[in-house]
Structure formats: structure tokens, C-alpha cells
Design a protein around this ligand. Structure first.
Ligand code: MN
Length: 237
């Protein structure tokens, strides 16, 4: 038995370890939560009420690992003229499960990282108006840059702290992790009713308000208290 084409390789995120990235976390799936901060829900024209969370996915190979202290180039995506940044807390699942009760959700988390849910906002708006799926707007190449992963064994479970993003040195997004409408434990419990979570799954947990356009030449720097920073810059395709 042999493969008839060369199989794709696993995407992986390095584990934060004093810049010696000899440990990698392999990615299975990427789940994303929509509108999980009230101020962002309002800026997207939605209700800040506590409605059930909704989810979309990105392919595992949308990941762009960004080493600490480096800036990685992102090619401006095709077929958009309104490419947006969304800074997000990312949860890495280390132990799988389904129908996970909230009180056990923390047991399934391997670590946390800072990530970016890059978005073709013009397409997202058009697709939403037509009731069509969001893949073209959310699941494109390089749409999920992520900084090194911090293990729970080292940092515990961050429950509060600032989450922010600057474009060309100017603050654009500034929120607090504890402002999430659906906290991480509830997200895991809810998501695991619909999907069997497996080790290697990532969950992007939504973005605070202040999302906005990225143009060629822009530099983005974001961070979350206790999880370091992520830096990328936009280049022409
Ligand atoms: Mn998002």
C-alpha cells in the first residue's frame, strides 16, 4: 500500500520555550467563534445580547506560525479590497471529548496562544447577506497567523487580561479577555455537543471591537497578557 500522491504534512504551532522551538503542537482542526465580545457584535451590526455562540472553521493549513520576536509577511489576499485584522485568544485542545460539561472543560485544554483571524470583510458581508457560507471570507490561505503556544502546565488558565492590536504603532483593538460573552469553558462545552473534539484542535475565541482594514505595507502587532505578542506585516501578493 502506498499513497498515489504525496500526503500533505501536518500544520503545527511551536511551543513557547525561550525561542528554542524544538517542541511542536500538531494541528487537527481550527474552530472559530463569531461575535464573542459585545462591542464587536455591535460594530458588526449584530445584537450584544447573549445569543448562543456560532462557529465557523478554517483549514488546519491556514495556520501561519509566527515565532516570538519576529514579524512574518502575509501576502495580501486575492479577491478582496477590505482585508481585516481580528486579534483573538486561541485555545489548544490536548484531550478530546464530546458532550464535555463546563466544569470539566479546563481538563481538555493543553495551552493558549495569541492568534489573528484574518478576514476578507467585504466578502463576509456579501456572503452573510446572501445567507451563504463564510469560507471564502474566513478560510483562505494564511488566514490564521498564530504566536507560540503556552502550556497550561506553565501558565494555568488565563481568565483575565488585556487583548490588544496595533496597526503601524497605533492602537486599534483594545479589550479584556474577561469581556467574552461566552467564556472558554462554555465554548468548549457547547462546541463538543456538535463535534467530537480531538487533540490538536484549536479554537479561536472571537475578537474585541476595533476591527479594521489592513493595507499593503501595514505592520500589525498584537498581544494578550501572559501570552506574549504576535507581529505580522502585509506585502503585495
Ligand atoms: Mn474572529
Amino acid at each position: 500500500m502506498s499513497y498515489v500522491i504525496t500526503p500533505a504534512s501536518y500544520s503545527a504551532v511551536p511551543v513557547a520555550n525561550n525561542n528554542e522551538y524544538n517542541e511542536q503542537f500538531p494541528i487537527h482542526r481550527i474552530y472559530c467563534v463569531g461575535r464573542n465580545y459585545a462591542a464587536h457584535a455591535r460594530e458588526m451590526g449584530g445584537s450584544p445580547e447573549r445569543e448562543p455562540p456560532f462557529f465557523f472553521c478554517k483549514p488546519a493549513d491556514a495556520i501561519v506560525p509566527v515565532p516570538a520576536g519576529e514579524s512574518i509577511a502575509l501576502a495580501y489576499p486575492s479577491e478582496t479590497s477590505n482585508y481585516h485584522h481580528e486579534i483573538e485568544l486561541v485555545v489548544a485542545i490536548g484531550k478530546g471529548g464530546k458532550n464535555i460539561p463546563e466544569k470539566h472543560a479546563h481538563d481538555h485544554i493543553w495551552g493558549y496562544a495569541v492568534g489573528l483571524d484574518m478576514t476578507r470583510r467585504d466578502l463576509q458581508t456579501a456572503l452573510r447577506e446572501k445567507g451563504q457560507p463564510w469560507e471564502l471570507a474566513k478560510a483562505f490561505d494564511q488566514s490564521a497567523p498564530i504566536a507560540p503556544l503556552y502550556p497550561v502546565s506553565r501558565i494555568g488558565h488565563p481568565k483575565a487580561g488585556s487583548i490588544w492590536l496595533k496597526v503601524n504603532g497605533e492602537m486599534r483593538q483594545a479589550g479584556r479577555v474577561e469581556q467574552m460573552i461566552w467564556p472558554v469553558t462554555e465554548i468548549i462545552s457547547h462546541l463538543s455537543r456538535y463535534f467530537t473534539l480531538l487533540p490538536g484542535d484549536l479554537i479561536f475565541t472571537g475578537t474585541p471591537s476595533g476591527v479594521g482594514p489592513v493595507i499593503v505595507g501595514d505592520t500589525l502587532l498584537g498581544g494578550i497578557d501572559g501570552l506574549g505578542e504576535i507581529a505580522v506585516h502585509s506585502i503585495a501578493a
